[in-house]
Design a protein around this ligand. Structure first.
Ligand SMILES: *[C@@H]1O[C@H](CO)[C@@H](O)[C@H](O)[C@H]1NC(C)=O
Ligand SMILES: *[C@@H]1O[C@H](CO)[C@@H](O)[C@H](O)[C@H]1NC(C)=O
Ligand SMILES: *[C@@H]1O[C@H](CO)[C@@H](O)[C@H](O)[C@H]1NC(C)=O
Ligand SMILES: *[C@@H]1O[C@H](CO)[C@@H](O)[C@H](O)[C@H]1NC(C)=O
Ligand SMILES: *[C@@H]1O[C@H](CO)[C@@H](O)[C@H](O)[C@H]1NC(C)=O
Ligand SMILES: *[C@@H]1O[C@H](CO)[C@@H](O)[C@H](O)[C@H]1NC(C)=O
Length: 495
């Protein structure tokens, strides 16, 4: 087939059109969207390997609030999961869109959700190599450029684009401003650990901060956790009988058979406690797990109240795997947790394979535990251990210095118009930008806030700090938009 050159992004058939609502009664949380599939090059950079071959990227679009061909474009730079999950967890962006008459565009990251460059063969050794931060960003830049043309936004002083994202998505929203400032007017980078992933922060800090969250809940809580691990070590030293006892008290579906199984159980607990700390929101949520309000307090309650340390630890960890309305009879730790190149967890399914690959290539996540500054058994996760795992798993060797080279290390002063927001309960916080670097590279701290709490929709249980942070964010974004629309703006040249 003679491949037709698809120069600009083409919107292919809208699949689902959500019907509804008079916008007077519409709650931002119920904002309807359309699902669109956009043609993107499989390889944005190598003209030989795949030529004009394209894949379909999933994009959620809502013009519910948009002042057509004029209002700003609020663009969520999708991260490591289905874009629909980020749509659900980003109520604040919708609330802002209503205020600024903005178009909402949530773009899915290649290799996640439905945006698979090679369909169900995307994760094979020969196909996974086109998963990279740069490829994903190029997809976003092409999408932005194509949209401006298609939506009647050619003039540079209309439809300024603001990027939004949390966590890795927050990194991408900032990087898009670094790399494509002609397209992106400003960025809200929520909980974006840009220094950590470049290997520029201390490797014990992450789990120290997870531990700190448990200590804040109750000073005895981390001590009990440590004691539980000591008890497990002692039991394991007794051999099969001891492993059987641990398995029973943890309610495992199949008993541990060796030390390696035991380390997997340790990883399972660590992964759960990391999730509890990250998602320690003041109300019930269903983002990565169905969690109760203030889940770290709930976990510590279970640990401190139980007369059996191991049962307490199991129930606390079970908050993540069994959820608030769980139906599990027992825990299958190999189903529920997959060890990978990211010691803070990769999730499950194909998304976990994709993130594992990213953690094996560009994204450096060498977080270690030591049972001194944190409550977890020592786990010295070294660059060598990572490299060996990555060669065995994907046949690749990580390049720990690349993110720092590509995205400017700690010298980001030549950028502007970026908000770096971080909650002080978030273990990723100290991997990010925590001080104001210039009048337009602004750091906002949210006391009592977990991982990108500010991106979530307004909730009656919100601490005053997050309400204030959102007001500051709104004011700054408002300034950027008015600057962009009043002044001549060097927009993209199309054609
Ligand atoms: C992959 O997709 C193809 C085409 O849709 C289908 O025929 C095949 O069964 C799928 N393979 C797997 C392993 O899911
Ligand atoms: C733990 O015990 C305290 C005091 O008895 C009680 O207030 C609290 O609700 C209990 N927590 C849990 C999770 O059972
Ligand atoms: C999962 O949660 C349900 C409901 O709370 C509970 O009955 C069940 O015992 C839990 N499963 C495990 C393995 O703890
Ligand atoms: C952790 O440290 C404590 C002392 O701070 C010690 O008693 C315990 O044995 C250590 N646990 C592990 C698993 O190494
Ligand atoms: C972890 O391993 C590295 C490299 O082998 C070594 O330099 C470091 O001292 C180790 N750290 C701990 C806490 O054992
Ligand atoms: C950065 O500046 C803003 C005002 O623009 C201020 O509200 C905020 O507290 C400052 N951040 C830090 C970390 O000092």
């Amino acid at each position: 087939m003679a491949a037709r050159v698809i120069l600009y992004v083409l919107f292919v058939v809208a699949l689902i059109t959500v019907v509804c609502c008079s916008s007077a009664t519409l709650k931002p949380a119920d904002t309807p969207y359309k699902v669109q599939y956009v043609e993107q090059y499989v390889d944005n950079f190598n003209f030989v390997s795949y030529g004009q071959r394209t894949y379909k990227q999933r994009v959620l679009v809502s013009d519910t609030y948009w002042e057509k061909s004029k209002g700003p474009i609020f663009f969520y730079t999708g991260n490591e999961g289905p874009i629909t999950a980020f749509w659900e967890a980003s109520g604040f962006v919708k609330e802002l869109a209503a205020k600024f008459k903005a178009l909402l565009v949530f773009a899915e990251h290649r290799y996640y959700g439905e945006s698979l460059p090679f369909g169900n063969r995307s994760f094979t050794g020969e196909n996974i190599g086109l998963l990279s931060v740069e490829q994903a960003m190029a997809d976003y830049a092409r999408l932005m450029t194509g949209m401006r043309t298609q939506l009647g936004c050619e003039s540079p002083d209309v439809c300024p684009i603001i990027t939004f994202g949390g966590s890795y998505g927050g990194m991408l929203s900032a990087y898009m401003r670094f790399k494509y400032p002609n397209l992106v007017t400003g960025a809200l980078a929520a909980s974006a650990p840009i220094y950590l992933v470049a290997g520029l922060t201390e490797e014990h800090q992450f789990f120290q901060d997870v531990t700190e969250d448990f200590r804040k809940s109750d000073a005895h809580c981390p001590l009990k956790v440590q004691s539980a691990f000591v008890q497990m070590d002692e039991l394991a030293a007794e051999g099969q009988q001891g492993l059987k006892e641990i398995s029973d008290r943890f309610r495992l579906c199949s008993p541990l058979t060796d030390r390696q199984d035991l380390s997997h159980l340790y990883g399972w607990v660590r992964n759960s406690f990391t999730t509890l700390a990250m998602l320690d929101y003041p109300y019930r949520t269903a983002f990565e797990a169905k969690l109760p309000a203030n889940p770290v307090n709930v976990a510590c309650g279970l640990i401190l109240n139980s007369s059996d340390l191991l049962k307490g630890l199991s129930q606390a960890a079970g908050l993540v795997y069994n959820g608030t309305d769980g139906t599990l009879e027992c825990f299958d730790i190999f189903q529920e947790f997959i060890a990978c190149a990211d010691p803070t967890g990769c999730g499950l399914g194909d998304d976990s394979t994709a993130w594992d690959y990213q953690a094996c290539t560009e994204v450096t996540l060498l977080e270690s535990t030591n049972n001194v500054t944190d409550m977890f058994p020592p786990h010295n996760y070294t660059a060598e251990a990572r490299a060996e795992y990555c060669r065995d798993t994907f046949g690749v060797t990580p390049r720990p210095d690349w993110m720092g080279i590509q995205f400017w290390g700690k010298n980001i002063l030549s950028s502007s118009n970026i908000i770096f927001s971080n909650g002080d309960l978030d273990p990723w916080r100290r991997g990010g930008v925590l001080t104001n670097l210039s009048s337009s590279l602004v750091a906002i701290t949210i006391e009592g806030g977990a991982h990108h709490l500010d991106l979530r929709g307004t909730n009656p249980a919100d601490p005053a700090s997050v309400t204030q942070a959102r007001q500051q964010e709104e004011a700054l974004i408002g300034q950027w938009i008015s600057q962009a629309t009043n002044q001549v703006w060097e927009g993209p040249t199309t054609k």
